[in-house]
Design a protein around this ligand. Sequence first.
Ligand SMILES: O=C[C@H](O)[C@H](O)[C@H](O)COP(=O)(O)O
Length: 241
Amino acid sequence: MTATQPDPAAAFKQQSAIQAASLVQTGMAVGLGTGSTAKFVVAELGRRIREEGLRITAIPTSIVTEKQAREEGIPLTTFGQQPELDIAIDGADEIEPATLNLIKGLGGALLWEKIVAAAAAQFVVVADASKYVDHLGLRCPLPVEVIPFGWENAARKLGHLGAQVTPRRMRDGSFFLTDEKNLILDCVFPAIMEPEKLSADLHAIVGVVEHGLFLHMATQTITAGPEGIRVLTPQGGRTCP
Ligand SMILES: O=C[C@H](O)[C@H](O)[C@H](O)COP(=O)(O)O
């Protein structure tokens, strides 16, 4: 979404973000997500710090979010000082409501996002209601982060798993680089019916650093749409990778 194109879902994103930010209490260590929805969370936390005296520390999931957090006056910390987080709040590209499994990473921040989410006692996902899908993979490609060396081989092996693979590029044709200076391979799979198996298969490919399947990680999703705010929690509890 560029600055010249207004985001029709912005108001819903903001509603879900504000609701999620209300879960944050003084004393908490907070993971700050990345993307157009998480941006509203960071803004709301900044407002609460300034206007309500909220006191938190935070770890951002991207350089972009780090910059916004600094501008909002949110005190930042590191995993060296704060190995565990009370809560992480982040957006998603797809949400499977039956499982709360997610696809993330269309913004390229999936690696830091997954590290932060895995360190958090609560992982709250915020989105507008358009992000729901019956099965993962129906709405967007699955981003897979690979190291640049030998990426063509990783791409070939992803193809053997059934993916149509496109290396993500910038408008000028150069490769998109993540904050860790890796590449993103966008993988279009037919509907992903066995995400756990696919996750294991992806991790078995040499050169794959991480992928955008966030399985059994969300402890809550908060979405907003024309029918209001919807909060979902997983039926079977949560397991961390
Ligand atoms: O890498 C990007 C992240 O996973 C985002 O959280 C995700 O793409 C959702 O972004 P948005 O809220 O802009 O739709």
